[in-house]
Design a protein around this ligand. Structure first.
Ligand code: HEM
Length: 748
């Protein structure tokens, strides 16, 4: 497949560099973007940053919770994503490189990274998220945000256990506007070689990236997450115990200090790979539970034997890296009082406890002299100090080499857009130099947006269940499930703004953007359109000849009509029996419309029928029981002991749990090039009051509570308040969703 960049109206093949078209040498070539990826993000609001963060977090947290020495999927995936961002920015030197999404993926030092980027680690990869945003967010910005998302997620996991620990705030310092580089031949050989210890740390972090030694040490705590695998790097083991390897905390420093370390040479028989292994009595002697440090970690604290020695190297020095309990009192306290695998013994027994038979100390046991020793001692004792230094270091690292970065929401200037197309269907490839208005059209999911749009106060009689399990409005002909008391304003004020971002991403996935060629002249149908918020903010688009909004609810359609103001046609209709001729549309969108339909097969075959052959569809559906869902599923679980009615057992509410089955159902309906993935919709909330309003705003919940006696109602409300811990720690309720796309085949 030819690789192109598009600059204004010019279409240029990539020349030079290590990027060879079709060989996937750079992340940009691996992360295919169906409609063409923008090279520079022109605008990003706080809400859009939050949405991206939630989408990556959702992906990570969709992996099983299991974490043993042999299997800890969330640690692996988080580690890979964070390492990718690190490898991206560690090639910065002399004004070149940095967080530009470019690194030579054929370099053995990048071994293992393609898995979480695109080929799938534990079955998921970043490209599945990126494809929803690639039209407007540069890969360079996306890789930084993805790394921030895994750090935030794994920090939240830590905070759930250590509630008084300080929070991590990377959003305040985040700035967007990085440009994706499509080739970076200069990066070859720039990644630090662990064997070279602090010489490599100094060259990369201090000399090239401009960090202080304290900041370099703070940054190295990223190694708390994930592990080393022989198949990737030649090294083997965890920097910490497996459970801590999926928590973003200061355990890296605690590990360095409160455990003993001895050289381990020729890992897996490879003389070029030498590391340090844990030597104290608390070590796990199994292959899977192996703990290790690299020279580049150890040298921060420990020195070669003898007075005032240089940094330690595993293949050169025979010594044990350890410190007396008194010297590292702060680290021992952070380690729950544990020192070299147990309670601190008599001082004269400490060495034996930490080092076993290994002779010689790596430097002074009570006065470590490594170039960042004091910082490591401080960070092991004080997480606040570490997080402050880390945030400083991270911000420098991800901003090196970038000019024109802007704070979230600063969307004033609109530079000329350029896009990059690689490895994916390109009938929607873009050529426009115009800014994409869809950048500003994404619905805000800030608390403000959720609370300010309630205007109608109108109450309707319901006779249908919408995608969120709440009833929709009058005049439905099928799917009847009588739940009374749903107000239209609740939907427009809460669900619609929270989910419009997902709807926008479906439109974008179908190439419906300002930058798409105007001569495409597409007829677009949206079913389950609700109030058509996303479409009303996207339209008009040069590539769209007509837009038809269809819903079974006249109430919602009248909202849609008002919002669209003549930019689309509103038609009452059931998505399982659409009132349209066959082959009358080029694009079909249905946001959260598959979940509660009574007949998923009919819905899918109707979608195929009304599309012309070759037309594209994108649909999403809620997943009622997705692990980690803190929205409807949490409410239902919490109220179940009080008799809260179960969700209607609809296939569409569960099918997202089995993506292969979902893909199969689309193929059976006549779609080709089918893809399906899981994601999350976040509804931000900051206070307990927000959380209660979220719950009470759901008419079935309110109605159910109204039916309880006073005592039961108080208990049920107390239970709901008790369920707020996770959503509040995350600052949002998370709605698990599945997304699917496909191309209509020739035979309906
Ligand atoms: C002197 C600098 C560094 C050296 C020598 C180094 C070296 C390594 C090595 C050898 C591995 C094992 C990879 C594998 O086998 O999968 C690794 C893993 C990792 N590195 Fe680094 N690294 C450095 C800096 C960084 C930075 C700056 C970051 C991120 C900001 C980072 C993040 C990670 C993460 C998260 C892992 C775990 C990967 C996983 O679990 O898949 N490293 N590093």
């Amino acid at each position: 497949m030819e690789t192109m960049i598009r600059l204004g109206l010019l279409l240029l093949p990539i020349a030079g560099g290590t990027a060879v078209a079709g060989q996937n040498n750079t992340p940009a070539e691996m992360m295919a973007c169906p409609g063409g990826a923008t090279l520079t993000t022109e605008c990003m609001t706080e809400a859009q940053y939050d949405e991206l963060l939630a989408a990556v977090r959702g992906h990570l947290e969709s992996l099983p919770e299991t974490c043993t020495a042999s299997n800890c999927p969330q640690a692996d995936w988080a580690g890979c994503v964070l390492r990718m961002a690190g490898h991206d920015f560690m090639d910065f030197a002399n004004g070149q490189g940095g967080s530009d999404a470019c690194t030579d993926m054929s370099d053995p030092d990048n071994g293992g990274l393609p898995a979480c980027l695109s080929s799938g680690e534990h079955g998921i990869s970043l490209v599945e998220v990126y494809q929803n945003y690639c039209a407007t967010v540069s890969l360079a910005d996306f890789l930084v945000i993805a790394a921030e998302a895994v750090m935030m997620s794994t920090r939240a996991r830590h905070l759930a256990q250590a509630s008084s620990a300080p929070a991590l705030d990377l959003k305040s310092s985040f700035r967007f506007g990085r440009t994706t580089a499509l080739s970076c031949a200069f990066a070859e050989g720039r990644l630090p070689n662990p064997e070279r210890g602090c010489t490599a740390v100094e060259e990369t972090f201090v000399d090239s990236m401009g960090l202080t030694w304290t900041e370099a040490a703070a940054l190295m705590a990223v190694h708390t997450l994930g592990r080393a695998q022989v198949s990737n790097s030649g090294y083997h083991g965890w920097w910490s115990d497996p459970e801590n390897s999926r928590r973003f905390n200061n355990d890296y420093f605690v590990s360095l200090l409160a455990k003993g370390w001895v050289p381990e040479r020729a890992i897996s028989g490879n003389a070029a790979k030498n590391q340090w292994e844990r030597s104290d009595v608390g070590r796990d002697t199994s292959f899977d539970g192996h703990e290790m440090m690299l020279n580049t970690d150890m040298c921060l604290v420990y020195s070669e034997p003898g007075p005032d020695g240089g940094p330690v190297l595993a293949d050169v020095h025979d010594c044990c890296g350890w410190l007396t309990a008194q010297t590292i009192a702060g680290a021992v306290a952070s380690n729950g009082g544990e020192y070299c695998g147990g309670q601190p013994p008599e001082p004269r027994q400490e060495r034996q406890r930490c080092c076993g038979p290994q002779q010689g100390d790596c430097g002074r046991r009570d006065d470590p002299r490594g170039p960042a020793a004091q910082a490591v001692l401080n960070f092991a004792a004080d997480e606040t100090a570490w997080l402050e230094a880390f945030t400083r270091a991270w911000t420098k690292a991800v901003e090196n080499g970038q000019t024109n970065l802007k704070s979230l929401g600063d969307c004033s200037a609109a530079p000329t857009s350029s896009t990059f197309t690689s490895g994916s269907p390109s009938n929607t490839a873009t050529t426009s130099a115009e800014p994409d208005v869809s950048d500003t059209a994404t619905t805000s999911t800030t608390p403000d947006a959720v609370t300010t749009q309630s205007t109608s106060g109108e109450t309707h009689v319901q006779d249908k269940v919408s995608s969120f399990g709440v009833a929709s409005f009058q005049h439905a002909k099928q799917d009847t499930l009588a739940i009374q008391g749903v107000t239209q304003d609740w939907y427009t004020a809460n669900m619609s703004p929270a989910t419009a971002g997902l709807a926008t991403s479906l439109f974008r996935r179908l190439g419906l953007a300002q930058s798409a060629p105007a001569d495409l002249s597409l007829n677009v149908l949206e079913t389950h359109c609700g109030d058509a918020l996303a479409a009303s903010e996207l339209l008009p688009l040069p590539c769209v000849a007509s837009y038809t909004a269809c819903d079974f609810s006249e109430g919602m359609l009248s909202c849609a009509e008002e919002r669209l103001g003549g930019r689309g046609k509103c038609v009452v209709g059931d998505s399982t029996a659409l009132p349209f001729e066959s082959a009358s549309f080029d694009r079909y969108v249905s946001n959260l419309g598959c979940c509660c339909t009574s007949d998923l097969t009919a819905k899918l075959s109707e979608a195929r029928r009304v599309l012309k052959p070759g037309g594209l569809a994108a649909m999403s559906m809620r997943i009622a029981e997705q692990e980690g869902d803190t929205s409807f599923a949490l409410t239902a679980r919490t109220l179940k002991p009080f008799g809260y009615p179960p969700q209607p057992d609809r296939e569409g509410l569960r099918i997202g749990l089995d993506l292969e089955l979902l893909r199969e159902r689309l193929r059976a309906a006549g779609f080709e090039d089918v893809s399906a993935w899981r994601s999350w919709v976040s509804v931000p909330l900051q206070t307990l009051d927000d959380f209660m309003q979220w719950n009470l705003g759901q008419p079935p919940v309110r109605k159910f509570l109204d039916g309880l006696n006073e005592e039961q109602r108080e208990q049920a409300l107390a239970a709901l308040r008790g369920a707020a811990v996770k959503p509040l720690a995350e600052g949002a309720v998370q709605i698990g969703v599945a997304v699917v796309s496909g191309r209509a085949g020739s035979a309906p």
